[in-house]
Design a binder for this molecule. Structure first.
Ligand SMILES: [Mg+2]
Length: 234
């Protein structure tokens, strides 16, 4: 399948353009090791952390600030020892890997983006904390390929409809491309867009969901890597 020039491609950033969840996983591994819990297994601690993270996100949105809060709350509910200022600093230190790392583009991204940008309109569509996400885009040095950047707090069907209205997009030639069934694929299909699912082995567990079938007249493609987009949209 090949699609004519002039499509609008909304492209997710975290774990679609660059590595992201990997760094959170590293921080979580350090945290669990540090906790070294006598009564709970790694899996049990992780299960609780997932629940705490969902609550933190509901209250404070996505981002590092929320993540740090989750680790501290998780510590408080599991540890028999008090959360001293020193312990708090130690736990926060585990999260530095998330903000300190250099941006690592995923395979094929650097070569494929200019090919896509030459024939289509590219809009970056990433959820989360505005400063953190726009900071990563600046550090990635690929911002010039995008004609617009959208950073909604959550990627709901409404968020996609809003972008469609704002940029006067034609849903028949607009695609959402990303690694998350829950944030990229399913809500975009619900909003009437086409979708391209690019699975990533380290997709965050809170983004897991079954990919829905595309409604009549819409496409939902599954590709194995960013470079394959050049074949479909070149
Ligand atoms: Mg993503």
């Amino acid at each position: 399948m090949r699609f004519a020039a002039g499509q609008t491609l909304l492209i997710d950033a975290d774990d679609t353009l660059w590595e992201n969840n990997l760094y959170f996983e590293k921080a979580i591994a350090s945290f669990i090791e540090h906790l070294n819990h006598r009564h709970y297994s790694h899996e049990q601690v992780r299960h609780l952390l997932n629940q705490v993270e969902q609550e933190s996100i509901r209250e404070h949105g996505y981002g590092l600030h929320s993540f740090r809060r989750s680790l501290l709350r998780c510590f408080e509910s599991l540890s028999t020892e008090p959360l001293t200022a020193e312990r708090e600093r130690e736990i926060i230190r585990f999260t530095h890997v998330v903000e300190d790392h250099a941006i690592e583009l995923l395979a094929g991204v650097a070569e494929t983006l200019p090919i896509l940008a030459a024939r289509h309109r590219l809009i970056l569509m990433t959820k989360g904390n505005f400063l953190e996400q726009s900071g990563k885009l600046t550090r990635s040095q690929i911002g010039a390929h995008f004609s617009a950047i959208e950073i909604p707090a959550e990627k709901t069907p409404e968020a996609y409809r809003k972008v469609v209205d704002q940029h006067r997009l034609d849903v028949r030639s607009t695609w959402m491309i990303g690694n998350s069934p829950k944030s990229d694929i399913n809500p975009a299909l619900e909003a009437g867009l086409h979708a391209v699912f690019l699975p990533h082995p380290h997709t965050w567990v809170l983004e897991h969901e079954a990919v829905r079938n595309a409604p009549n007249g819409q496409h939902c493609l599954h590709l194995n890597g960013f470079a394959e987009l050049a074949r479909v949209f070149a």
